[in-house]
Design a protein around this ligand. Structure first.
Ligand code: NAD
Length: 363
């Protein structure tokens, strides 16, 4: 099968959908890999490395799309790519169709078979192709928070780990899922004092077993959150209620009473954010002030570390992509129910319930 990888064109997207080891795997299985020139540059993977692994570099995106039977991408297609999609083609990428009527219309019009990373789901309900990005965002959150706590940008001038004889920063992590556990691990590694909240006590039990008292686990409720937030230097929002907007756990009134120069990082901003005053920001202009606190609400945090993110993402997408190429998409979906849940569009129809509902196409 011909597998194509175009360069990502979405604003500030530096990841790429394949690495040299992925190319090697496809070629070893008898497939051909076409990659647009410079597609790996943003992740510091030069064309030569792809060629050495067996890929063919083509000059233009059109050359990739025209030839490929399976197109691998990172982000959903944007307007300049719509005309390139074809009915006899399979697209495997993040699609986020429920959030965009325009992208959905473009996929349906083209008739392309769209398989979305974010809806591939394991029997235990977890989302294996989203998890690595939550890991990245979780690990970045204390790092970004620590940076913005420094005085030059208006932070309270507190070092996350303190020093001998001086109190460390207090870090409150809301949510003990993938991103929250990673955020807590890094904050602890930086020697902050960490309080981890979740509604799910089993999650807290797990954290407690791992950290043996080195962090505090607290059942999440409005009373406990308020107490912790008012004492916090850094609050990290990492909650998710599957299929719903994030609950607003930190109110404007709480922020008004927080310590001056405190920092709030809202990882859950892509689901609307879990602080009342959260609104999406970009890497170019990541923070804004609410009362005397700084809010960091970057919606694509992994974009700050494209090299790590590319490898983290492709580690998990590759086995599915290889299944699609080896078996053909129909057989691959028949033999793997988790992957089948990724099918979002086929032959001009939406095939994934929640996306159909979002666009009122469920009748
Ligand atoms: P997850 O499902 O692994 O964990 C979410 C946790 O939140 C669960 O343990 C759940 O019990 C807990 N929770 C739900 N309601 C709660 C409440 N009221 N109080 C405390 N805990 C509560 O989710 P995840 O993979 O860690 O993702 C978290 C969010 O981060 C998602 O919205 C995800 O899309 C987002 N995300 C954002 C970025 C970014 O760049 N901003 C990157 C990756 C993921």
């Amino acid at each position: 099968m011909k597998v194509g990888v175009p360069k990502e064109v979405k604003n500030h997207e530096y990841r790429v959908a394949i690495t040299p080891s992925g190319v090697h795997e496809f070629v070893r299985s008898g497939h051909e890999v076409l990659i647009e020139q410079g597609a790996g540059n943003g992740s510091l993977i030069p064309d030569e490395e792809f060629v050495a692994a067996g890929a063919r570099i083509v000059p233009m995106a059109d050359d990739v799309w025209a030839d490929a039977e399976l197109v691998l991408k990172v982000k959903e297609p944007v307007a300049e790519e719509y005309h390139r999609m074809r009915k006899d083609q399979v697209l495997f990428t993040y699609l986020h169709l429920a959030a965009s009527q325009e992208t959905t219309d473009a996929l349906l019009k083209s008739g392309i078979t769209g398989i979305a990373y974010e809806t591939v789901q394991l029997p235990d309900g977890t989302l294996p192709l989203l998890a690595p990005m939550s890991e990245v965002a979780g690990r970045l959150a204390p790092q970004s928070g620590a940076y913005h706590l420094m005085a030059q940008g208006g932070g309270r001038g507190v070092l996350l780990g303190g020093v001998s004889g001086v109190h460390p920063a207090r870090v409150v992590v809301l949510g003990a899922g993938v991103s929250g556990m990673n955020a807590a691990a890094i904050a602890l590694g930086m020697q902050a004092q960490v309080q981890l909240f979740d509604r799910n006590i089993a999650r807290l039990r797990q954290a407690d077993q791992i950290y043996q008292g080195h962090l505090l686990t607290i059942a999440s409720n409005a009373y406990e959150i308020e107490r912790a937030v008012l004492e916090a230097d850094l609050v990290i929002g990492a909650v998710l209620v599957v299929g719903a907007k994030a609950p607003k756990l930190v109110t404007n009134d709480m922020v008004r009473r927080m310590k001056p120069g405190s920092v709030l990082v809202d990882i859950a901003i892509d689901q609307g954010g879990c602080f009342e005053d959260s609104r999406p920001t970009t890497h170019a202009d990541p923070v804004y002030r609410v009362h005397n606190s700084l809010f960091y609400c970057v919606a694509n945090m992994p974009g700050a570390v494209p090299n790590t993110s590319t490898y983290a993402l492709t580690n998990v997408t590759l086995p599915y992509a290889i299944e699609l190429a080896n078996l053909g998409w129909r057989e691959a979906l028949k033999s793997d129910h988790s992957l089948a849940l990724g099918l979002n569009t086929f032959d001009g129809h939406v095939t994934y319930g929640p996306v159909a509902e979002a666009h009122d196409l469920s009748q």
